[in-house]
Design a protein around this ligand. Structure first.
Ligand code: GLC
Ligand code: GLC
Length: 811
């Protein structure tokens, strides 16, 4: 069952009922100012950091009810309704929500009144703009009232939801004309405030939530709206809000439009006040004055759309498969931008107050983002590397506002260092910009011990070399990619964090997954060493990689698949010797991607085992058989009910690893089959089962052991976005950036047909035609570059050209 449809021409998903199984959200904002917005107008806004600079309030633990947002109420006689349906839930005569790329549109009608909202954040200003158009579709004149509504968050979202004894006494606002200023804590340690304004005269305002709602009412029954009159109260403490009242008369057929602006303003420390206790509003007025007209609004929206058109043009495919076209050209790249911006901080499932930017998460997000805005990727790499420790290990997370490592979670996730190599290598393969390797980058933000980024990569690499266990495999530490495989934790009491409890490092527990990563990214490190002319270091690295391959072959192979790990007793995890958890997905994907087993047939065996033991119609599960009891020596993984999350869920993030691994052994049919199973557009028809948004990936789909097999959770912020885009664009479609130039080496299903790709790479536009006359799955027989035959798969890079046309014919 569907709850809407894709409108590819407009790059929109059109939701046709507000009653989706879960809130289906969109992200507004490209860089610093962000809004999460659901299909019923729920959500919240923050500036730069969802924890520290939260502008509007959301209510947690409330995913389906979705009960706070930026609402518009319309009072038409005794009927009160919202164009996005919530919060009054008055049945609408018609409803439509269009989530587009960086904007959303809502149209609701009730009793001959149509209310159309368009909302977005301009490319370069810290403000969310909403255009509200009210139209009288009937034959008689209408006198109606429009009320806006936002509830302020008192900036620190964590404190805001806990520290009521203080917070209920500190709220402060000012109101001038049509602008409501939220200035809580501005008098002491903050130099920022928020504004909510409208480009017209108002008939009233409200800044006290209790006045607006009345005692014991929720936002669904606001007393002041029912009364039809706001009381112009200046809030003092309690719950400050911003609401405008506009009385609107509409002749038959007439429309009226209002532009609302919700903005963030920062003042210089010595320029905070215009009079004692009166905030300096100059910057707010300047910001708001830019968006006083419909023309200015429309222009800024057009600018946003062309900004996105430019970004999405960097990779564009035309094939006969509409799902691939739609996901690659629109939604997958869009999600890559969102995950780059948010890491795992703020979604409807990540509260925005817990994790900030993850070291491993953000490094992986780069893989799907770097082609879009390489300069921002560069900046991010430096930020991430600045949270590394001198021994090569790293803070697991950092706060986006301060860019400082988060000591609550600390370090000890032993896969982290290698992801820095992965992200940096992707950046250099994309841009050719080796100057980044010479940048001076601190450790733990301490400039006095800074070194070159290249030295950071060396320490990442050596961290693994220097932390091996009894089988010469890498020690796992607190966990590797699988945060829930906690082999040194041994937690027996509720409330202890599986990620932080116990010693950060045990001398025994080892990870075959990290071993696979070491082979893959160790080689990429060696390539960078060679590129920089350090052949001795490259040779040293490759010798270490060879040792690791031998260790995997000796103790990381279980006969039919790769072992997952060794626990603190040196017992195998992910082996046929185990009673539960006999096979895991991660080492099969990572080792084969690294090339381990490709020559001796083990890769084929491992991937066949994956298909036989882990596959379901909704994707490939993380492990089997699921853990049915708590294994103290394994940690959180065995704490989830079978089929959910890391305990045998379909963890979408590593499905592309299997798909990529299949391309490494040339099986395009199977690679694509794996791609399709979790691909949102392909499963749109089962939205009632899948439940999360059909235009983006979710972190997890419940596995075969779960009660709700096929149901997804945790949409939007997942490494699935970057890895899937890497998989489809670089491995299946086969346009892979190397250090020397673009390589063309597709691995598609036999029936995929010819296709063409436009790829903007290092400033050159490549128009690439791929022909597959003999319906093979892999192998390029000839590569014509501007009409000339080229040996091998790589298009030699020539920066003097603007466009290059390429024809690749498969064997
Ligand atoms: C979550 C985390 C990610 C981790 C994965 C598997 O998605 O964000 O860092 O690798 O879970 O545990
Ligand atoms: C939980 C989640 C896992 C996440 C981890 C880190 O263990 O299950 O996916 O990565 O928390 O916050």
């Amino acid at each position: 069952m569907k709850y809407g449809f894709f409108d590819d021409n407009n790059k929109e998903y059109v939701i046709t009922t507000p009653k989706t199984p879960l809130p289906w959200i969109n992200y507004l904002g490209c860089k610093d100012f962000f809004t999460l917005l659901s299909n019923t107008c729920g959500g919240y806004t923050f500036y730069k950091d969802a924890k520290l600079l939260r502008m509007t309030r959301y209510r947690y633990n409330d995913t389906t009810p979705d009960t706070n947002g930026k609402y518009f109420y319309i009072k038409d006689g005794d009927t009160i309704w919202n164009p996005g349906w919530q919060p009054t839930k008055t049945e609408l005569d018609s409803y439509e929500c269009r989530h587009g790329i960086g904007y959303s549109k809502f149209t609701g009608t009730k009793n001959d009144v149509e209310a159309a909202l368009v909302t977005f954040v301009p490319v370069n200003d810290p403000v969310e703009l909403t255009k509200v158009t009210l139209t009288n579709k009937g034959a008689a004149k209408k006198d109606i009232q429009l009320f806006s509504y936002v509830e302020w968050c008192l900036w620190n979202a964590d404190d805001d939801m806990k520290n009521f004894q203080r917070n209920l006494s500190i709220g402060e606002v000012e109101v001038v004309d049509s602008t409501i200023y939220h200035k809580t804590e501005y008098r002491e340690r903050r130099n920022h405030y928020a504004v909510y304004s409208v480009n017209s005269k108002i008939d009233g305002f409200e800044t006290s939530r209790d006045e607006f709602r009345g005692a014991y009412n929720g936002p669904d029954k606001p007393a002041a709206v029912i009364e039809g009159k706001l009381h112009n109260t200046i809030a003092s403490g309690w719950y400050p809000i911003a609401s405008h009242q506009i009385n609107v008369s509409l002749e038959a057929g007439e429309s009226k439009t209002f532009v609302f602006a919700l903005g963030y303003v920062e003042n210089a420390e010595d320029d905070k006040w215009e009079a004692p206790s009166v905030i300096n509003k100059k910057k707010a007025i300047a910001l708001l004055s830019k968006y006083q007209t419909v023309e200015a609004f429309d222009l800024a929206l057009a600018e946003l759309c062309s900004y996105w058109d430019g970004l999405l043009a960097k990779f564009h495919i035309e094939s006969k498969d509409e799902h691939v076209n739609r996901m690659v050209n629109i939604w997958n790249q869009y999600q890559c931008m969102v995950t780059f911006n948010m890491s795992r901080s703020a979604s409807y499932y990540e509260s925005g107050i817990g994790r900030g930017m993850g070291f491993r998460d953000s490094c992986q997000d780069l893989l799907g983002f770097v082609h879009l805005i390489p300069d921002r990727a560069r900046e991010r790499i430096i930020d991430i590397a600045s949270t590394q420790f001198q021994d090569g290990s790293a803070y697991h997370q950092y706060q986006p506002l301060t860019k400082k490592g988060n000591s609550d979670i600390g370090s000890g996730f032993n896969d982290d260092p290698l992801w820095l190599i992965a992200g940096t290598s992707a950046y250099i393969r994309e841009t050719g910009d080796t100057s980044i390797l010479n940048e001076t980058v601190p450790y733990d933000n301490d400039m006095s011990v800074a070194t070159s980024l290249m030295e950071h990569l060396k320490r990442s690499f050596d961290y693994i070399v220097n932390h091996k266990g009894p089988h010469d495999l890498p020690l796992i530490g607190r966990a590797d990619w699988n945060d829930c495989l906690n082999l040194n934790c041994f937690s027996e009491h509720p409330g202890e964090s599986f990620q932080c409890f116990g010693p950060s490092e045990g001398p025994v527990a080892e990870s075959v997954f990290i071993a696979g990563m070491f082979v893959k990214y160790g080689r990429e490190y060696a390539d960078l060493c060679k590129l920089m002319g350090d052949n001795a270091e490259a040779d040293r690295a490759l010798a270490e990689v060879d040792k690791m391959i031998k260790a995997i072959e000796k103790d990381g192979w279980d006969g039919e698949w790769f072992v997952r790990a060794y626990d603190a007793y040196s017992h195998k995890v992910g082996s046929k010797e185990c009673d539960e958890g006999q096979i895991y997905i991660e080492p099969q994907g990572m080792c084969v991607m690294a090339g381990v087993g490709v020559d001796d047939g083990n890769a084929v065996k491992a991937l066949d085992s994956v298909k036989e033991k882990l596959d379901t119609k909704y994707g490939v599960m993380i492990l089997q058989p699921a853990y049915t009891r708590y294994h103290l020596e394994l940690g959180e993984i065995s704490s989830y009910p079978p089929g959910y999350k890391e305990n045998a869920g379909i963890f979408c993030h590593n499905n592309p690893w299997i798909s990529i691994a299949e391309t490494c052994i040339g099986r395009g049919d199977r690679a694509f089959e794996v791609y399709k199973k979790t691909c949102p557009s392909y499963i749109e028809d089962i939205s009632e089962i899948h439940r999360t948004e059909p235009y983006v990936y979710s972190q997890m789909v419940a596995g075969a052991d779960a009660k709700f097999h096929g149901e997804a959770k945790n949409s939007w912020l997942t490494g699935t976005a970057a890895w899937t885009f890497t998989n489809i664009s670089q491995y299946i479609l086969g346009i892979y950036p190397t250090l020397e130039g673009l390589s063309v080496n597709p691995c598609t299903p036999a029936e995929f047909g010819d296709f063409s790709v436009t790829r903007v790479y290092r400033g050159v536009t490549y128009n690439i035609e791929i022909k597959n006359p003999n319906k093979v799955q892999k192998g390029v027989a000839s590569l014509l570059v501007d009409g000339k035959e080229v040996e091998g798969n790589i298009i030699p890079f020539d920066g003097s050209k603007k466009t290059v046309s390429v024809v690749a014919t498969m064997k």
